[in-house]
Design a protein around this ligand. Structure first.
Ligand code: GUN
Length: 278
């Protein structure tokens, strides 16, 4: 089974649009998202454009703030503080990566944790760690939705996450644990990685290396979720060798058209949730 992230995304976005319309009727305003981007990384620009377009399609209000690559830290912090106090804004997202001279750890903590729709703050990640999540990191949240959409029950399964970033790997592990999987997190220092992955019923690949997960690493019938977005010769390619692995896995996400569309959908979901909670 090829898990169709576009189809699931379209369905959820339809529901979100309805909820946004209801909120507007009740409160006189739509959910509002602000996206901040600094510099001109081409991939980041595409992602941000897609986020803004998705807001429009869902009937959300959105603000798009662009800064040059040499923007000062203080300028971004000022923008964040203004958006924190803006009643029309329910979610604030600073597109990553930031230009090299800026340190995300010195900027992101200025975002009001109740508007942290990326779920990257210590507060939101702490809630997830404690098992009482509120605004969950978008990509891992989308992965859980995809696994459930494929009809896979997670409880009791052996899940292996490859990658330990704050944005994907760590929250992914916590969400799978919250669904009662037995979770292993692998990373660049993991011994016998192939053997560990081969034991998994559910594999989530978030490495950032094209076709890193090969067919020989996958158990017959495993569920394989590919978070990778690698550009190979101008073509988008996942972390999984899709063509070979698809014949072994019981369900697998394609790249593109798997996890990618779900990330923006979960961003809309978090923004709606933040708006509804006011
Ligand atoms: N860069 C790539 N993916 C993301 C994301 O989900 N959020 C932010 N803020 N930056 C990203």
């Amino acid at each position: 089974m090829i898990i169709d992230g576009k189809a699931l995304s379209a369905k959820i976005r339809g529901d979100i649009k309805e909820e946004a319309a209801k909120l507007k009727a009740a409160k006189g305003r739509a959910p509002g998202l602000a996206v901040i981007i600094a510099g001109d990384d081409p991939a980041s620009r595409v992602y941000v454009r897609n986020k803004i377009l998705a807001c429009g399609e869902a009937g959300f209000y959105s603000v798009h703030k662009e800064y040059p690559a040499d923007v000062k830290k203080e300028e971004l912090i000022d923008a964040i503080l203004t958006l924190n106090g803006d009643e029309a804004i329910d979610g604030i997202l600073v597109q990553l990566p930031l230009p090299k001279h800026l340190n995300a750890e010195e900027i992101l903590p200025f975002i009001d944790v109740k508007k942290d729709v990326d779920g990257l703050s210590a507060y939101q990640q702490g809630l997830l760690l404690q098992g009482t999540p509120d605004l969950i990191s978008c990509t891992p949240n989308g992965v859980i939705e995809l696994i459930k959409f494929a009809g896979v029950s997670i409880a009791g399964k052996d899940a292996v996450v490859i990658g330990r970033s704050n944005m994907v790997g760590k929250p992914m592990a916590m969400l799978l644990l919250g669904e009662n999987a037995t979770v292993t997190v692998c990373h660049s220092k993991t011994k016998n990685l192939s053997e560990v992955v081969k034991r998994a019923d559910i594999v989530v690949a978030a490495i950032g290396r094209a076709k890193f997960i090969t067919a020989d690493m996958i158990k017959d019938g495993a569920v394989v979720i590919d978070v990778g977005m690698n550009s190979v010769g101008g073509k988008l390619c996942g972390d999984v060798d899709f063509d070979a692995v698809k014949d072994i896995a019981s369900a697998i996400t394609p790249v593109p058209g798997g996890v990618g569309p779900m990330t923006i959908t979960m961003l809309l979901k978090n923004t709606l949730k933040s708006a509804q909670s006011k």
